[in-house]
Design a protein around this ligand. Structure first.
Ligand SMILES: O=C(O)c1ccccc1NCC(=O)[C@H](O)[C@H](O)COP(=O)(O)O
Length: 213
């Protein structure tokens, strides 16, 4: 089966189109004001309208309050809610009920125990997204362009619905897939020319590296 590709942190129509044209399966919109990839409510709605029907849309939030989530969900109509904060399984289940979207829960990984902690999300998260632990000085819980030790995932059942994330790029994704046999990959910094500025050429190179090694 082909590996699912998510390009995250798209914030401009031009680069969103590049991701869609390259064949991304999922496009991610970040609502987190400290992020260089943050999109306003209006921009999120505009980008979602461009993507709808061509790729699934992931809305990424970090402990967003109810009122903001309701506004974002109305504007974006996300297929996926990707949670990067301290959400509990109960909160995630509530959001799934409210918005009828898949839940992808980011789990930061540095050790085997971190990977095992993902079991707490069984039956609640449709996917666990294994991401690197953010560097101490980073204001961002994700999107830091940092990889973790991929061998920590090597014994996971590839039939399990997980997403490999963190520090992937066109140059390393084939090796990451060979080690983890991940059914899906997620990238942000690795397809940028500067923080928040996606590079269409690197987006195409990433998709090509996943599809063709
Ligand atoms: O991308 C951001 O700026 C961001 C901000 C706040 C929470 C999460 C964020 N990104 C999460 C993602 O889904 C990234 O794609 C994932 O962490 C991988 O990022 P990268 O290592 O830069 O490829």
């Amino acid at each position: 089966m082909s590996v699912e590709i998510k390009i995250c942190g798209l914030s401009e129509p031009e680069t969103l189109r590049a991701a869609l044209d390259a064949g991304a399966d999922v496009v991610g919109l970040v609502s987190f004001p400290k992020s260089p990839r943050h999109v306003t409510l209006a921009r999120a709605g505009e980008l979602a309208a461009l993507a709808r029907g061509r790729a699934r849309i992931a809305l990424l939030t970090v402990d967003a309050p109810d009122a903001l989530l309701a506004e974002l969900a109305a504007a974006v109509r996300p297929d996926i809610l990707q949670l990067h904060g301290a959400e509990t399984p109960e909160r995630a289940a509530e959001l799934k009920r409210l918005y009828g979207a898949e839940i992808w829960k980011a789990v930061p990984v540095a050790t085997a125990a971190d990977v095992a902690s993902a079991d707490a999300w069984a039956g609640v998260a449709d996917r666990v997204l294994f991401d690197a632990r953010p560097p101490k000085e980073s204001p961002l819980p994700g999107g830091n362009g940092v990889a973790f030790d991929w061998s920590l995932l090597a014994s996971l059942d590839p039939r399990r619905a997980f997403v490999l994330s963190g520090g992937l790029d066109p140059e390393n994704v084939a090796e990451a897939l060979a080690i983890t046999r991940a059914p899906a990959v997620d990238v942000s910094s690795g397809v940028e020319r500067a923080p928040g500025a996606k590079d269409p050429e690197r987006i195409r190179a990433f998709v090509d590296a996943v599809r063709n090694g």
